[in-house]
Write a protein that binds this ligand. Structure first.
Ligand code: FES
Length: 104
């Protein structure tokens, strides 16, 4: 089995303000969040239409899409509020205390 491949990175300090961070990657933009000390990464583009979830509204581990208010649980990727119906792709993360590395 091959190791998870690193596809994006961002400085850990960028997450500390509580806002989502949009990071480009070879599989499309990824939104990275720091929630209660846990780093969570999902696809940035909403599964409903074309909106950046990094610009959404974060409450606990739920991100609300800025365009139509659909909501997703960042821990599972599940859509939890209409009009969002399809789950987000989730990504692995690790950090060395300076950078966050997003992996497949
Ligand atoms: S684009 Fe996200 S809920 Fe419509």
């Amino acid at each position: 089995m091959s190791a998870a491949q690193e596809i994006a990175r961002c400085p850990l300090d960028d997450l500390r303000g509580g806002e989502g961070v949009r990071v480009p990657s070879e599989v499309g933009p990824i939104a990275v969040f720091l929630v209660d000390g846990e780093i969570l990464a999902v696809q940035d583009t909403c599964t409903h239409e074309d909106a950046s979830l990094a610009e959404g509204f974060l409450e606990d581990h739920v991100i609300e899409c800025p365009l139509h208010g659909g909501q997703f649980d960042l821990r599972s990727g599940a859509a939890v509020c209409l009009p969002a119906q399809h789950p987000l792709r989730r990504f692995g993360v690790r950090s060395d205390g300076e950078f966050v590395y997003v992996t497949t």
